[in-house]
Write a protein that binds this ligand. Structure first.
Ligand code: SF4
Ligand code: SF4
Length: 268
């Protein structure tokens, strides 16, 4: 009996050694060596796997940079310096890179948000939006449950008085917050100047309705447009849009912004 057990143990051990040898041999023969340049590119990436580049993760992106010639600038959180180092490494001409920042196009804090019903559902923006906008009268404004804050991989947002605030030092412009906002009130812009002038409203309601339900919304009065023949601002569909490409005349913008009757032109 003892001999039988010993024989079984020895044969199992022998089989294990044989399998291990076969696996080691197969690994050596079949292994596809990864291009070492992928690891080199990966070293410069931020390793947050945010997916803002459109690829699965940073490694997948690095692979595409090497194998398909993908542009490193597609990595939104990539810093200016790291981007330049990558361009140098790849021997590519780099495009000028400006920092990107998230802008919240709503200025309604708790005191400004008017509701017509009390919302008692799940406390997320996506749920509230699906449930008749969580009872908010403004169907365009921020609902204030912070879905955007939750998804920011860089901790660059926090809620204050019912509105998300962006920490410019931490924001990489990855766009995760904009994707998460069910009302589409966050935009990502290139910061070519120290400050960007933007309109903190997304409402397409007409002047009468905005006046009735929000004291800090754009009433589409057109003053900003009239004061800027260079078209720094343009009013379309009851909302003023700044032209982010035309913000070099700082003095002029500095004069126009305070003329907005609801002070909805802000700087970020
Ligand atoms: S605030 Fe938005 S754009 Fe900025 S880092 Fe966070 S998720 Fe990205
Ligand atoms: S900006 Fe959008 S996602 Fe963020 S709190 Fe407001 S409604 Fe919610």
């Amino acid at each position: 009996m003892d001999n039988l057990i010993l024989a079984a143990i020895l044969s199992m051990a022998g089989l294990s050694v044989a399998f291990a040898a076969v696996l080691a041999f197969a690994d050596k023969k079949l292994r596809v060596e990864e291009d070492p340049r992928i690891a080199e590119v990966l070293k410069h990436l931020p390793h947050v796997n945010c997916g803002a580049c459109g690829y699965l993760n940073c490694h997948d992106f690095a692979e595409h940079v090497i194998k398909e010639g993908e542009d490193p600038a597609k990595c939104k959180p990539l810093g200016e310096e790291a981007q330049q180092m990558l361009y140098d490494y790849l021997g590519k001409e780099g495009k000028e890179k400006f920092p990107r920042i998230a802008l919240v196009h709503c200025a309604a804090e708790y005191e400004h948000k008017k509701t017509d019903t009390v919302y008692t559902g799940v406390k997320t923006c996506i749920a509230a939006n699906a449930a008749f906008g969580g009872g908010m009268e403004c169907e365009y404004g921020c609902m204030g449950f912070g879905d955007c804050v939750e998804v920011c991989p860089f901790g660059a947002m926090h809620m204050e008085k019912g509105l998300p605030r962006v920490d410019a030092e931490k924001c990489t412009g990855c766009g995760k917050c904009a994707e998460a906002c069910p009302r589409g009130i966050i935009s990502i812009q290139q910061k070519k100047y120290d400050d960007l002038y933007y309109v903190a409203c997304s409402s397409h309601d007409d002047m009468m309705r905005v006046r009735k339900i929000c004291s800090v919304g754009c009433i589409a009065c057109g003053i900003c447009e009239k004061l800027s023949p260079e078209k720094y601002f343009e009013v379309k569909d009851n909302l003023s849009y700044p032209n982010f490409e035309k913000q070099s005349d700082r003095e002029e913008l500095e004069k126009i912004a305070p003329k907005c009757p609801t002070k909805v032109i802000k700087k970020a």
